[in-house]
Design a protein around this ligand. Structure first.
Ligand SMILES: *Cc1c(COP(=O)(O)O)cnc(C)c1O
Length: 384
């Protein structure tokens, strides 16, 4: 078995795996399941500080992004796509697919969205039905200030859609204070349940926009409105994946019991950054480091595949490369959810140190030791 230290899917704790093996009822007809589902949704709403509706959909995280776009977009709607990363840009495909017209606000992939620049942009053009933005854009690891972004968009009456699949539970999210209309999440990142579920937090404003459409939502599976009265009607649009939801609930309970979860993510991320820089590597980002993933530039003369393969074959640790426009440029260490622990990170950084030495890169220190030292010093710096 390899140690999996990728930016999701993350390791799944035993109690979550066991919950998935419990005997099941018929989730269509047994109202006890409907209560269990609602209770789980209410806990998830509480964790992200919102009174908004919350739904769990059967389908991996991408379903949430598509469902938000499918449910909001009508032919000809103008949609602002905030693009400073691969997932950020990817939203444009979903918008176009459902007939929307995208306008992109593109900014440097090495740093978070600049609020002042976005404000300047909106002063000239703000006639958008909704806008999309990614919280933690995992291929580069950039963390966007979603609270400031969404409050600004909301002040222009623009509905906000946020992909926080790789941010939530590793970074603080307050949906109501941030005025986020649809927040998309998944089961397999910092929540550390297996892949397979989409989580959606939806405001009344977003619901009203879906209800006042002139044309029907052009999807069945990605139709958020179909969930609106599930509780009153005791009826889901399709059979809920009950075992997945039992597992998810155990993962939610784990997060609820873990009072230090955000602090631990921040400390581990900061120490990881310090360690790789001390080792002579460069971080891809200049600013806006997420607590869930560290993205390291591939040193000149080496390839991502050499590093990944050596770590895997010689030292049994899997980290990942990146994809799309980021492919080949970086390697990524995931430290989200269950993976955000010092012991696993030390093993990972030891393996990275050894792999780089094997490949002839002049590593400046044992990065695992530098990591332990940084953790002990407890300096949580956002600047490197
Ligand atoms: C993981 C992730 C998703 C879900 O997609 P995958 O197919 O699991 O990669 C969506 N958005 C972001 C930012 C993610 O990191």
């Amino acid at each position: 078995m390899y140690k999996i230290m990728t930016p999701g899917p993350t390791n799944v704790r035993e109690n979550v795996r066991l919950a998935r093996s419990m005997a099941t009822t018929n989730p269509d007809v047994d109202s006890a399941f409907c209560e269990f589902y609602k209770e789980t949704c209410d806990l998830l709403a509480g964790l992200l500080h919102t009174k908004n509706r919350m739904y769990i959909l059967g389908g991996e995280g991408i379903l949430g992004l598509e469902a938000a776009c499918a449910s909001l977009t009508e032919r000809g709607d103008r949609v602002l796509v905030i693009d400073n990363g691969v997932f950020g840009r990817g939203f444009a495909d979903f918008v176009t697919m459902y007939g929307g017209e995208t306008v992109s606000f593109v900014s440097d992939y090495h740093r978070p969205v600049d609020i002042a620049a976005l404000e300047e942009f909106l002063k000239k053009d703000s006639a958008f039905k909704y806008a999309t933005v990614v919280h933690c854009d995992t291929p580069s690891g950039v963390l966007n200030p979603i609270k400031e972004i969404c409050r600004l968009l909301a002040s222009y009456g623009i509905i906000t859609v946020v992909d926080s699949v790789a941010g939530m539970f590793g970074e603080y999210v307050n949906i109501d204070e941030s005025q986020i209309d649809i927040l998309c999440g998944g089961s397999q990142k910092a929540l550390s349940a297996p892949p397979g579920l989409t989580l959606l937090w939806v405001s009344d404003k977003a619901m009203a926009a879906m209800e006042s459409r002139k044309t029907p939502i052009a999807s069945y599976y990605a139709n958020i409105l179909a969930f609106k009265t599930y509780y009153e009607d005791k009826w889901f649009p399709y059979t809920m994946p009950i075992s997945d939801i039992y597992g998810l609930r155990a993962a939610v309970d784990n997060v609820l019991a873990d009072k230090d979860i955000l602090k631990r993510h921040a400390a581990i991320a900061a120490a990881t950054r310090k360690a790789v820089v001390a080792g002579g590597l460069s971080l891809f980002l200049e600013d806006g480091f997420a607590g869930t993933v560290t993205v390291v530039a591939v040193p000149e003369g080496l390839t991502d595949k050499q590093i990944l393969n050596t770590m895997k074959e010689q030292y049994n640790v899997m980290i990942s490369g990146s994809f799309d426009s980021m492919a080949g440029k970086v390697v990524r260490i995931g430290h989200m959810g269950e993976n955000a622990n010092a012991a696993d990170m030390a093993i990972t950084l030891r393996a990275l140190t050894q792999a780089l030495q094997d490949l002839g890169f002049p590593v400046q220190c044992s990065m695992d030791e530098a990591f332990q030292q940084a953790l002990a010093e407890g300096t949580i710096s956002k600047s490197i």
